[in-house]
Design a protein around this ligand. Structure first.
Ligand SMILES: Nc1ncnc2c1ncn2[C@@H]1O[C@H](COP(=O)(O)OP(=O)(O)O)[C@@H](O)[C@H]1O
Ligand SMILES: [Mg+2]
Length: 377
């Protein structure tokens, strides 16, 4: 990513893209890890850009090399994921929404293949052509089927170049579309009968598929047994450790809004309030062990990050430049409710009981309570 500075101002130029892919955002770290591999004489699996150890370091961090942690919570899962990408099976990441399945698949693809953009986004409208290949109709009509008139899919390109392909939200696709992958993964080749009875693309080493699937979403299809056999499954769980989640939210705020000096200060105490609210409501049990009603809305870490960013923006543009628990309270209400009356009642119950009690001897919770209470008046 270019971070050119405009000499006329002290503010850094905004990046040209809102969210460049992982291999661009973390190009420096990937280069460091490639050098590390070379120095150690590390063995690379066929078709891989980095060694498995370096891929792991890219995801979970390697402080001595200056590589940041990106995925928090379950390091053994990362190890298993890396191992399954070396094998014959694909990797399927399943779990609740907002548990970083997409992020993890992006990081793994970027580290293993140097690109995370060979991606199919599964929807109800995904067709077999999206998974296999399609045609440029003007060329098809003019010169018939040829290499030139063929429009490759991400899978086609990944096979030809030996790269990792991501298949997002695979269970949103109709079962017969999902099953297109079965023959691709078992035979590691893609027939192109239009170019001749023998015409095919054979997968080069390095090719594999990372699928992701949300378990809780509406409109999901079952995966067929045949497809399941082609993947090893990993369930990604929400972050349980409070310290980890605080650190994660802090990092993400920094990634989105810049380092601490360039945005409203977000104190540890306030972050702790935010993360505690999410963990209480997510688990259905408060830190003190009291039961609370869990909202229907998924109280994921991804939503916690959204709240933190929104609270920072509110403090910066509408407040006095310091993030307090009051901004957090207002933004939690906006995120958690999503217009659901039942969830509003649950959150209000939490505020009326748990937060009110904590507010009696803690200034931060008092701020939270004072801002949350009038929201339902
Ligand atoms: N364990 C985690 N480690 C790092 N970031 C996480 C974690 N869980 C959630 N997040 C945050 O959630 C964001 C969105 O996650 P995403 O990959 O879109 O989730 P999913 O695909 O599971 O719905 C991530 O970009 C990150 O900010
Ligand atoms: Mg996702």
């Amino acid at each position: 990513m270019t971070t050119e500075r405009n000499d006329m101002t002290t503010a850094p130029t905004a990046p040209a893209e809102l969210r460049p892919p992982a291999e661009v955002r973390h190009a420096d770290e990937l280069a460091v890890l490639a050098r590390w591999d070379a120095e150690r004489g590390a063995e690379l699996p066929p078709g891989w850009r980095l060694s498995p150890r370096a891929v792991r370091a890219f995801v979970v961090g390697h402080p001595e090399l200056g590589v940041s942690r990106k995925f928090y919570g379950d390091d053994p899962l990362v190890d298993r994921a890396v191992v399954s990408l070396m094998g014959r099976q694909g990797l399927m990441l399943v779990g609740e929404p907002g548990t970083a399945k997409s992020m993890l698949s992006e990081l793994l693809a970027a580290a293993v293949s140097g690109t995370s953009t060979l991606t199919i986004q599964g929807t109800a409208g995904t067709t077999e052509d999206h998974v296999r290949y399609s045609w440029n109709y003007a060329l098809l009509v003019a010169e018939g089927p040829s290499e030139r008139s063929l429009v490759p899919s991400a899978v086609h390109t990944g096979m030809r170049e030996g790269k990792v392909v991501r298949f997002e939200e695979i269970t949103r696709c109709a079962p017969e579309i999902q099953d297109t992958l079965v023959s691709i993964l078992s035979e590691k080749q893609l027939m192109v009968p239009e170019l001749g009875s023998e015409a095919r693309v054979a997968a080069r080493p390095g090719f594999n598929v990372i699928g992701t699937a949300n378990l809780k979403d509406r409109g999901v299809h079952e995966m067929s047994a045949a497809l399941k056999r082609r993947f090893s499954f990993e369930t990604v769980a929400p972050v349980r450790d409070r310290e980890f989640e605080i650190e994660l939210v802090e990092r993400q705020v920094e990634a989105e809004l810049g380092p601490a000096g360039q945005r409203p200060p977000f104190s540890r105490d306030v972050l702790e309030v935010l993360v505690t609210v999410f963990q209480d409501l997510r688990s259905g049990t408060t830190r003190e062990g009291a039961p609370v009603k869990r909202p229907e809305t998924v109280m994921s870490t991804a939503e916690a990050v959204n709240v933190a960013v929104a609270a920072s923006l509110e403090a910066r543009y509408l407040g006095d430049g310091v993030v307090t628990a009051a901004e957090v309270a207002r933004q939690v209400a906006g995120v958690a409710l999503k217009g659901e009356e039942e969830d509003a009642r649950r959150l209000r119950h939490y505020v009326d009981n748990v937060v009110r009690e904590r507010a009696r001897h803690d200034r931060r919770w008092k701020e939270f309570f004072a801002a949350a209470e009038p929201l339902w008046r």
